[in-house]
Design a binder for this molecule. Structure first.
Ligand code: ADP
Ligand code: MG
Length: 478
């Protein structure tokens, strides 16, 4: 096991971390910290909860110099005040042994304390874009001495309409700076930001797949069109919180209302609601105040929803990709999860077609009172590392690396992992990307050597979004 010290972090940080029980770097940290310490620009993609804050925060605390009053040296941009506060709270105790000062500024609270702190001097400023520009306009601070910039949750920033502000802000920082960017997806907007503001960025991508390996169970229930709501209510009553997906905004609103009539509290999340409404809905669900979140696909993709034990596909997913996205909301971080799809008679053929695409053979059955209990081991979360275009070395003799090509560009490593995991335990998946984050259409899957031939058999030539896949054993680099 690698330690934080081996990654190049100094003793005071390592010591403070271990005092807080943090001794083993998470994979994104092991990947990012050495490059960040070397001053490289970093473009990072990793799922929620993978430890991105320390990945950028620790090297930042090592490299940041002391600030003069009103002239911060490092800037961490976050989309929401909750996140800004969280980052600041996590880094503050680590800044102390490094003799650095961390402060968060965000809107919705009084100016006084934030201004006073800035006047005294803040080395590391964590900020939401709005309040930051506000205070700059008031002359409280300037960014010309900022040498390290972190854009956290770049995709959420884009969703919330912050990119123009982010551009103005980054443009006002020192030319010779280090820029780190993190995002759950590296879509075109995030890629454009990277392109514009980063130099020779190292791309680090970490995808948790172990949690989905053999732990998500997929259930298909044949239901009567007008019983859908009762089934959703019953499932939540018996099994607890869930995210329920519908195809349209109207159906989401209607389902939320109908659930309420059946005594299930819920919130609706879709593109027709304002940002404030969405934030409120998310908070209500995240805090457990309501039992269900009813969401459309688009809404669910753009934002950040904590994983839940159960996903209900109330309306059939539009396609296989959407099915996987929805299913991906469950069984994170080693917990088990169930995905229940409610299927009306007229949809059966579509379901079979989708299952075939996903190489899935799950019978559509009559609803049961209890969900079937999953047997099998819970595998730990493993990751994939940097995308360099070479097959990751198998870690053990029982592991085989497979080369997969002709992938549709939009397929994620997560989806690739799902696809292969029906044949056996998948340890690591990699999608090889261009520097701008776009997929090159090929990748690697490391899986159990005994399962690999079965996966080749089952998936070589199989169609994914209409394209026949190539799957063969990967050549290893010596
Ligand atoms: P992300 O930003 O990727 O969503 P965070 O940085 O917020 O994730 O980390 C998620 C949680 O994991 C936090 O509570 C954090 O304190 C904890 N954590 C991060 N790194 C480690 C580690 N190496 N060992 C143990 N816990 C960690
Ligand atoms: Mg984070």
């Amino acid at each position: 096991m690698t330690t934080f010290a081996q990654l190049g972090l100094p003793y005071p940080l390592v010591h403070t971390l271990s005092g807080a029980g943090v001794t083993e770097p998470f994979p994104i940290q092991a990947a990012v910290i050495p490059d960040a310490l070397a001053g490289r620009d970093i473009s990072g993609r990793a799922p929620t909860g993978s430890g991105k804050t320390l990945a950028f925060g620790l090297p930042l605390l090592v490299r940041v110099s002391r600030a003069k009053p009103g002239r911060p040296r490092a800037l961490i941009l976050a989309p929401t005040r909750e996140l800004a506060e969280q980052i600041s709270a996590e880094l503050a105790p680590l800044a102390t042994p490094m003799a650095r000062q961390v402060t968060a500024i965000y809107g919705g609270v009084a100016y006084g304390p934030q201004k006073n702190a800035l006047r005294r001097g803040v080395d590391v400023l964590v900020a939401t874009p709005g309040r930051l520009e506000d205070l700059i306009a008031q002359g409280t601070l300037a960014l010309d001495e900022v040498e390290i910039v972190v854009i956290d949750e770049a995709d959420r920033m884009a969703d919330m309409g912050f990119l123009p502000a982010v551009r103005r802000i980054v443009g006002a920082t020192c030319q010779q700076r280090q820029t780190m960017m993190f995002s759950a997806t590296l879509d075109s907007e995030a890629a454009a930001l990277s392109h514009q503001y980063q130099r020779n960025a190292v791309l680090h991508e970490v995808v948790a797949i172990g949690a989905q390996t053999g732990q998500v169970q997929h259930v298909f229930w044949r239901v009567d069109e007008h019983d859908r709501v009762e089934h959703v209510a019953g499932l939540i009553e018996r099994n607890g919180r869930a995210i329920a997906f519908t195809r349209t905004r109207r159906r989401a609103d209607r389902l939320a209302k109908q659930l309420g009539l059946l005594g299930i509290s819920s919130v609706a999340l879709h593109g027709g609601r304002t940002q404030a409404q969405r934030t409120k809905a998310l908070a209500a669900f995240a805090s457990g105040r309501v039992q269900a979140m009813v969401a459309t696909d688009v809404a669910a993709r753009g934002i950040h929803i904590e994983a839940v034990a159960m996903v209900i596909q109330v309306d059939l997913a539009a396609d296989a990709k959407s099915y996987l996205h929805r299913a991906g909301r469950t069984a994170r971080a080693g917990a088990d999860g169930t995905v229940v799809s409610l299927i009306a008679g007229s949809e059966e053929r579509e379901v079979l077609r989708m299952q075939k695409q996903l190489q899935m053979r799950t019978p559509i059955v009559a609803p049961t009172r209890e969900l079937p209990v999953r047997k099998g081991s819970s595998s730990s979360v493993r990751t994939e590392v940097e995308t360099k275009g070479v097959a990751p070395q198998p870690q053990t003799a029982e592991e085989q690396s497979l080369y997969v090509s002709n992938l549709p560009w939009e397929v994620t490593a997560h989806e690739l992992g799902e696809l292969f995991s029906q044949y056996g335990k998948v340890n690591q998946t990699t999608i090889v990307t261009h520097r701008n984050g776009r997929s090159r259409g090929f990748g690697f899957v490391n899986m159990h050597a005994l399962a690999a031939p079965k996966a080749i058999d089952g998936l070589h030539g199989a169609h994914l979004n209409g394209r026949p896949l190539t799957v063969r054993p990967a050549r290893q680099v010596a």
